[in-house]
Design a protein around this ligand. Structure first.
Ligand SMILES: *[C@@H]1O[C@H](CO)[C@@H](O)[C@H](O)[C@H]1NC(C)=O
Ligand SMILES: *[C@@H]1O[C@H](CO)[C@@H](O)[C@H](O)[C@H]1NC(C)=O
Length: 219
């Protein structure tokens, strides 16, 4: 979920880059200052509303329940634990953190959402399909897109230059770190499982490759 948000924000930053202020004001924007902007954006999103959507789907959405049940299984948790220990993943996270994007905070938010969830699944034959699709559609619709866009436009007007952030995210160093993570078999597995659950991060990634001028995604 947070990935979606992140890439949505990146896409917005891209379009805003075109209205960048003149060179003279550019140097004033430091990478560290973006932390404040990310926090401001996160503060616009109602955690309570997302929590409510989650509870609603846990009551009524069998495919969502099946997906959450799978994500609480040992198989999935082991996969995630393995990725967490991989040096490639740790290096990418460090790079993003130095770019003021804290992946761990995002992951913690998602974990907290499901922390105390207990599932009541009726055994079904055949078992229901696992899907996060309807849930994500509801979450996306609840996001205050216009407020976020307005906030970003306001910052650009004030002289904040998002190209600084963009240059770093699209740099060669960044590309190499992303490539190494995508080459991990466990990551390939997670992306495939998520795609089966209606979350196609590969589409989001190829869009990112295109926008960053990284060429075809090797996957
Ligand atoms: C979340 O649900 C509670 C209980 O139904 C309700 O009181 C509250 O207003 C809801 N919050 C949002 C942001 O929708
Ligand atoms: C989950 O339950 C624990 C123990 O009851 C509680 O301390 C914690 O705040 C709960 N977390 C959420 C997100 O509700």
């Amino acid at each position: 979920m947070n990935q979606f948000m992140l890439f949505a924000v990146i896409a917005m930053l891209l379009s805003l880059g075109q209205g960048a202020p003149p060179i003279s004001t550019r140097e004033t924007t430091s990478i560290e200052s973006f932390k404040t902007h990310f926090n401001d954006i996160m503060a616009l999103i109602s955690k309570e509303e997302i929590q409510n959507i989650t509870y609603e789907h846990l009551k009524t959405d069998e495919e969502f329940k099946a997906a959450i049940q799978y994500m609480q299984s040992k198989e999935w948790l082991d996969l995630i634990e393995t990725i967490r220990g991989k040096s490639e993943w740790i290096a990418l996270k460090k790079f993003l953190k130095d770019t003021s994007i804290d992946v761990d905070v995002g992951i913690k938010c998602i974990e907290r959402l499901f922390e105390n969830v207990t599932l009541h699944l009726e055994p079904q034959i055949p078992p229901p399909k696992k899907s996060l699709k309807l849930f994500l559609i509801d979450v996306e619709q609840s996001l205050p897109s216009m407020k976020i866009l307005n906030y970003l436009q306001e910052q650009v007007t004030k002289g904040v230059n998002f190209n600084v952030l963009f240059d770093r995210l699209s740099s060669d160093e960044s590309r190499q770190l992303v490539q190494s993570v995508l080459a991990l078999p466990e990551i390939k597995r997670v992306l495939k499982e998520l795609a089966d659950m209606g979350v196609n991060l590969l589409d989001v990634l190829s869009l990112m490759y295109m926008h960053f001028g990284w060429g075809e995604m090797a996957f």
